[in-house]
Structure formats: structure tokens, C-alpha cells
Ligand binder design. Sequence first.
Ligand code: MG
Length: 203
Amino acid sequence: MTPVFIFDLGKVLVDFDYTIAARKIAARSDKAPADLHAFLGSSPLLEDYESGRLTRQEFYDAVVRAIGFHGDLAEFGGYFAAIFTEIPGTIALHAELRRRGFPSYIFSNTNDLAIEHVRRDFPFFAHFDGYIFSYEVGAMKPLPAIYEAMEKMCGRRGADLIYLDDRAENIAAGAARGWRTILHETPEQTRATLTKWEVLPTH
Ligand SMILES: [Mg+2]
């Protein structure tokens, strides 16, 4: 049976840099960029947001209270989500897999501000059979619930899934379910693994 491809988003298909958001948000708040970056990295707010425990509005309200942001939610959202750049090599690999007839899915720890931005700005994002987002499922990788949601959506299990992610703990949770996994480092290395597995031809 043709395997299905499960793609992580961040650091696989798009790169991201929260320091960009921290600088822009800090300029409109009572905090310095470094303090804000440290706050975003250490506060449980982002995890609560990406686990679906906070809505966009609740996340924004909590950030405003914590850092004294002076703009509205639309302004905040524009800065917060404008942190992504495409990774052309993986996007090309995904396009090739689609041309060869492999179904593909997005499987991401993320939030609705980020997804709104990525969907609007990056055409490649439309070309998947389905999307599993942590904030919709209410669980982040590597919790089992989100892997179960992925299996349910694609209707496949075990070695029928080929899963790419840059984080070892996420990959380990997939491998434990029998998924074929690739700890993604570069598009070239991932392509080489798929060739070795004879999922892609040598030429
Ligand atoms: Mg990632």
C-alpha cells in the first residue's frame, strides 16, 4: 500500500525566528526585546495557547498583562505570526512526493495566529490532504492523543505512515507506534533516506 507522509511544519517546511517577533512586540511594550524573548521562552502561556487551553484572545490578554503591550490584538497578531520563512528544499521534496501520488498531512504543535499567517502567505501549505494542529486537538506532540488524531484522520497505522520531524522526542513517540520515522535535519538527508528505503527512485 502507498505510504502516507506526515510532515512536521516548524524547522521542516518553514523556519521561524521568535527574536523577530520579540523585537517588534517589545518596541510597543514596557519590556526590552531580550526580556520579552526570555518571557516567551519561559512562560507557560505559549504552551497553554498551543494546547488549546487558551484562546487567541485569552493568550493576547495574558501577554498584555505580563508585558504591558500597547497595541490591539490585530497588531499583536501581525508581529507574533510574522516569524516564518519557507524552506525551499523540503517544499520541493513535498511537491515531488505529491506528483508521485503520495498523500501528505501536516502534523504541528502550533497556534491559530501562526496557522492563519502561514496559510495566507505560503501557497505550498494548501497542498496537503489534511492538517492536525495541537491547538485544535488539545494536545501537543509527543502526547499520544495527537498521534491518535493523526492516525484517525489519515485512516492508516504503523509502517503505512512516514513521519518527518526535527525533534527527537516527537519522532520517538511516532516510532513507538510503529510509524516509519525520519529525524529531519536537511532536505538532502531526508531525500537520501527515502531513496535508501526505495520510496523514491535513485534518478
Ligand atoms: Mg519542528
